[in-house]
Design a protein around this ligand. Sequence first.
Ligand code: NAP
Length: 241
Amino acid sequence: MNKIIIVTGASRGIGREIAKELAKKGHTIIANYNKSEEKILELKKELEENKINIDIFKADVSTRREAQKLVEYTINKYGKIDILINNAGISQFKEFTQITDEDWEKMIKTNLNSVFYMSQEACKNMIHNKKGCIINISSIWGIIGASCEVHYSVSKAGIDAMTKSLAKELGPSNIRVNSIAPGIINTEMNKRLSQEEIQNIKNEIPLEKIGNSIDIERCIEWLIEDEYTTGQIISINGGWA
Ligand code: NAP
């Protein structure tokens, strides 16, 4: 059945794949972007050439006001939110002693506050409807920790804690809340890694390969249809951890 779905950070990488594939399946997608307008317009055009529509909305979801605008826009236009996919995120590779207050704040605002703002704004509508599903994209590093990515790991561990707590609080309102924790996925986020570093990572992964955005999207499709999974952190990492 057609669902109204917000995907944050849908202009590139994992979010783009999620928005594209769910739109192809007939869902109504509100694809959020912030800086990459050209890329989201490119996706919209590509889908329209195949007679598939996608709604796009610019918002910096690390701010309360813009997250609120994205939710208001969706409810005013479509009347409800069935699914919220909190995917927008940034990463930064820095030694712990070099992380500035600004780096820390930007990381927490973008990766964690955005999930707080979007979930809080959207769940009011879901509670009213007594139905909803929130899917957060966290990370393997939130579970096992990453050297030189302390602020990133903290932001993702925070998302997982929010997922588990919110699942308990919103369960009685028939709202499921889950995290997907990817390992290494082939997107621009990992462009700083050399071929040699990628090979070394592959050597550590039992399935001996890097993941693709579609691997995350397939799990999203399953979570959307599921009715009894909540409060879970689902690892998709080729068996890495
Ligand atoms: P990506 O290719 O760098 O794309 C990041 C997306 O997030 C872009 O669409 C970007 O939009 C959006 N974004 C960033 N800040 C935003 C903001 N303030 N407001 C709205 N949108 C914002 O990254 P990715 O690899 O697809 O990662 C997607 C998610 O998966 C992230 O949460 C990431 O932490 C997580 N993850 C990725 C991996 C991996 O290996 N790739 C592994 C584990 C977890 P604009 O460009 O339009 O600003």
